[in-house]
Ligand binder design. Structure first.
Ligand code: 13P
Length: 338
C-alpha cells in the first residue's frame, strides 16, 4: 500500500486510532494509579487484552505501539503486530525519544530522537509498522510558548516526517498544545494557530508529501483551570475554524489526541466537530487515556475476566467510532450496562 492509501485508511469514517504507545515511565504511572505492578508481563497482558477485542475489527483503524510492544509475542504465539493486522488494523510505532528541556529557554521542551532514526525506521518497517508518531508539546503561560519552542519543535517534526516517508511509512504529526493552566479558549486558539502554521511551513521546506501524513492536534479548549468553561458547540466551532485556517487541503485527515479530557467529553467533542464539518478533512480520534481509562480500571480489578474488560473497551471504541460519523448521542452512551 502507498503512504497515501495508508493515511486514508487511518482516518477512514467509523474508525480511529488506539494510542497504546505509553513509554515504560508513563505506563508505570498508569498502572500505579490502579495499584498494579508495572512489569513487562502486566503491560503485555493489558495491551493484548485490548488488541484482541471485537471492536478492533470494526472501530480501530490503527494502533500506536511502544518499541517494547512491537517486539512482543502474544499468548497465541503471533507477534503483537500480527495480532493487530489480523483484525484489519494497522500497527504503528512511537519513534520520538520524549520531550526534553530546551536549552536557552525557560522550562520549555523540545522533542528529541532524530539521531539514528533512519536506521530505526528500517527496522520498524521490517517488524510490521506502517505508520509512526512523534509528539511535540507546548505549554501556555504569559511567556510561553516562545518563538524558539515553536520553531525548534516544528523543525524536528518536519525532519522526522521526511525520514518516516523515506521509509515508506506515514508520519503522524503531533503538536500538542497542553491543557494545563488557566488560559482562555481563545488563547488556545491563537497558540494552536501559530504552532500549526509553523509546522506546515517546515513540512513544506522538508518536502513532506502531505497526502501521506495525518495530523494529531489538540482540540481548542480552555485551560483546565480556566473559570470560563466552554460549551461543546463552542469547542467544536473553534476547533474546526482553527484547523480550516491552518491545514493545507492535501492532508487527508485529523486524529485528535484526548489530552486529559474525560472519556465522554472526548467522544462528545469529536461528535460535535463532525456534526458541523463542512470540509473534506476526515476527523477521527487517536486517543490514549480517553479510550483506555475505564478498561484499565476494569482490568486492574478483574484481570482474568477478559470478556468484561473487552466489553468495557469495545463500548468506548464504538462510541468514538460513532462520533467520527456524528452518530453518537447520550442514549447510545447509556446503552452500555456493565
Ligand atoms: P491522550 O489521548 O491520552 O492525550 O494520548 C494520546 C497520545 O498519543 C499522546 O501522545
Amino acid at each position: 500500500m502507498s503512504i497515501e492509501e495508508i493515511a486514508k485508511q487511518m482516518v477512514v469514517k467509523g474508525k480511529g486510532i488506539l494510542a497504546a504507545d505509553e513509554s515504560t515511565g508513563t505506563m508505570e504511572k498508569r498502572l500505579k494509579s490502579v495499584n498494579v505492578e508495572c512489569t513487562e508481563k502486566n503491560r503485555l497482558h493489558f495491551r493484548e487484552t485490548l488488541f484482541s477485542s471485537g471492536s478492533m475489527k470494526t472501530c480501530i483503524s490503527g494502533v500506536i505501539l511502544f518499541d517494547e510492544t512491537l517486539r512482543q509475542t502474544s499468548s497465541s504465539g503471533a507477534s503483537i503486530p500480527e495480532l493487530i493486522k489480523k483484525s484489519g488494523s494497522i500497527p504503528g510505532i512511537k519513534v520520538d525519544k520524549g520531550a526534553k528541556l530546551l536549552a536557552g529557554s525557560d522550562k520549555e521542551k523540545v522533542t528529541e530522537g532524530l539521531d539514528g532514526l533512519r536506521e530505526r525506521m528500517e527496522e520498524y518497517y521490517k517488524l510490521g509498522a506502517r505508520f509512526a508518531k512523534w509528539r511535540a508539546v507546548y505549554s501556555i503561560s504569559s511567556k510561553h510558548p516562545s518563538e524558539q519552542c515553536i520553531k525548534s519543535n516544528a523543525h524536528a517534526l518536519a525532519r522526522y516526517a521526511a525520514l518516516v516517508q523515506e521509509a515508506k511509512m506515514v508520519p503522524i504529526v503531533e503538536p500538542e498544545v497542553l491543557m494545563d493552566g488557566d488560559h482562555t479558549i481563545d488563547k488556545c486558539y491563537d497558540v494552536t494557530s501559530r504552532v500549526l502554521a509553523e509546522c506546515y511551513k517546515e513540512l513544506a521546506i522538508h518536502n513532506v508529501n502531505l497526502k501521506g501524513t495525518v495530523l494529531k492536534p489538540n482540540m481548542i479548549l480552555p485551560g483546565a483551570d480556566c473559570k470560563q468553561r466552554a460549551t461543546t458547540e463552542e469547542i467544536a466551532k473553534k476547533t474546526l475554524e482553527c484547523l480550516k485556517k491552518n491545514m493545507p487541503t492535501e492532508v487527508p485527515g485529523v486524529a485528535f489526541l484526548s489530552g486529559g479530557q474525560s472519556e465522554v467529553e472526548a467522544t462528545k467533542n469529536l461528535n460535535a466537530i463532525n456534526k458541523i464539518n463542512d470540509t473534506s478533512f476526515h476527523f477521527t480520534f487517536s486517543y490514549g487515556r480517553a479510550l483506555q481509562q475505564s478498561a484499565l480500571k476494569t482490568w486492574a480489578k478483574s484481570m482474568k475476566d477478559t470478556n468484561k474488560i473487552q466489553k468495557v473497551f469495545d463500548h468506548r471504541a464504538k462510541m468514538n467510532g460513532a462520533s467520527t460519523e456524528a452518530k453518537w448521542n447520550e442514549k447510545l452512551e447509556q446503552s452500555f450496562a456493565a
